[in-house]
Design a protein around this ligand. Structure first.
Ligand SMILES: Cc1cc2nc3c(=O)[nH]c(=O)nc-3n(C[C@H](O)[C@H](O)[C@H](O)COP(=O)(O)OP(=O)(O)OC[C@H]3O[C@@H](n4cnc5c(N)ncnc54)[C@H](O)[C@@H]3O)c2cc1C
Length: 403
């Protein structure tokens, strides 16, 4: 039986691990924290997962929260003087990653997977490479495995975070339904209902251009101060939906986070001093700014792509060709999510503003834009090409006028 170890018990690693168990592989997942510790920790994400990624979880029978999670059925977009809403073809959902990871760790062990607790360093990978046929590093974003998986400059234009992020989970009030995305002059606001550790909450993220007037998290030390600051920032910078957090209270003392994430695409195949190869996955391979809501979704797609590549490899060695092929399978989709995510960080060019503006009057355009979060592949060739975008707008507007 081929033995596979996955470093990191997150959205990517656990979905791959659970997928491989179905095919009879001996799978070990190395977690840095036990399930109870994960559940008791600070919030980690907004984790809006769209239908294509939810399908993967349902195929594996690990969709434990479908009855309780509030379906995210619409995307609403607002900007100064602009507002539209469109349905998602299939509902998305956000289940707190602490809940998902804790439940999936338990399920992984119940299905026969081996869980080890170990905070792995790059030097620790050699013994794993000797013990296992394949080492997959799914340990999330950050520089810890930088020297193994260097930045690929072709797809990584930034070396610093492009947003200063403040996320808060609240209860009460009357937040809007669905996924709401607001574009302001100094950053964005992103909100949605979440099934969290102690039940439903509303997740509100403010994404500030670093150093700008919305970037005011440095002096915030606790969740109450975060709520007051977030309410103030909403009123000042997103006045058209300034009351979104009125009447709410923090969901708990740990239910907030501040930080910045540098988007990066890495070389996915690392070589250890012994010459053994290791394969990066999920955020460890490709990290997008969370503004586009793609990371957890791409993690699920990576799990599918890698699982398919591993199964297709049969008894042949997990060599460099295999590893590059597995990543290429994933990148065929992830490249579009990365482009979409990178472009969202820049001031929108005129043809995208025209698209967002037209979406107010032409439901077809609003609908197509809303589905980009679930299917960023459609972004390329539509909104990456000014002429194509403007031609489409003219045709969609004519169709709407004919109706
Ligand atoms: C504020 C915020 C909002 C977000 N919103 C969304 C969203 O709406 N939609 C979306 O799709 N994505 C969103 N994301 C991104 C998403 O959370 C990540 O892209 C996704 O979790 C990546 O999955 P992963 O498994 O690669 O990494 P992770 O989920 O980070 O998992 C990595 C795991 O590895 C473990 N680990 C780390 N280092 C080690 C080590 N040395 N040894 C052993 N284990 C280790 C960690 O404990 C963790 O369990 C958001 C992220 C943030 C920060």
């Amino acid at each position: 039986m081929r033995r596979i170890v996955i470093i990191g018990a997150g959205q990517a690693g656990l979905v791959l691990g659970l997928g491989l168990l179905r095919h009879g592989y001996a799978v070990t997942v190395v977690a840095e924290r036990a399930a109870a510790e994960v559940l008791a920790g600070r919030l980690v994400s907004n984790q809006c997962v769209f239908h294509p990624a939810l399908v993967r979880e349902r195929e594996l029978g690990i969709n434990f929260w479908d009855e309780r999670a509030i379906p995210v059925e619409t995307v609403s977009f607002t900007a100064p003087g602009m507002s539209w809403q469109a349905p998602l073809d299939q509902p998305a959902q956000s289940v707190d990653q602490r809940v998902k990871v804790a439940d999936w760790m338990t399920e992984f062990a119940r299905r026969g997977g081996e869980l080890r607790l170990h905070r792995v360093t790059p030097d620790d990978l050699e013994p794993y490479a000797r013990e296992f046929d394949l080492v997959v590093v799914a340990a999330g974003r950050g520089p810890q495995f930088d020297r193994l998986f260097p930045r690929n400059p072709e797809f990584s234009p930034h070396t610093q975070p492009q947003r200063s992020i403040g996320v808060l989970y609240v209860r009460g009030g009357t937040p809007p339904p669905g996924l709401s995305f607001a574009l302001g002059p100094h950053g964005e606001c992103f909100g949605l209902p979440i099934l969290s550790v102690d039940g439903p909450v509303y997740g509100a993220g403010i994404f500030a251009v670093p150093g700008g007037p919305l970037d005011r998290w440095d002096d915030i030390a606790d969740v109450d101060a975060h709520l007051v600051r977030a309410q103030q920032l909403m009123r000042e910078h997103f006045p058209w939906q300034g009351g979104i957090l009125d009447g709410t209270e923090p969901a708990g003392p740990l239910e907030f986070l501040h930080g910045g994430i540098t988007p990066v695409v890495r070389q996915p195949v690392g070589t250890l001093p012994s010459g053994a190869l290791v394969l990066a996955m999920g955020d460890a391979a490709v990290t997008n700014d969370p503004l586009s809501g793609q990371g957890a979704n791409m993690a699920a797609h990576a799990a599918r792509s890698y699982e398919e590549a591993i199964v297709a490899q049969g008894d042949r060695p997990f060599d460099a060709e295999f590893m590059h092929g597995a990543f290429a399978r994933y990148w065929a989709r992830a490249a579009h999510a990365t482009r979409f995510s990178l472009d969202l960080l820049d001031p929108p060019p005129a043809h995208i503003m025209s698209t967002l503006d037209t979406a107010q009057r032409v439901p077809e355009v609003a609908h197509r834009f809303a589905q980009l979060f679930a299917n960023p592949v459609d972004y390329t060739g539509w909104l990456t090409e000014e002429t194509a975008a403007l031609d489409y707008l003219a045709a969609a507007s004519a169709r709407a006028a004919d109706q």
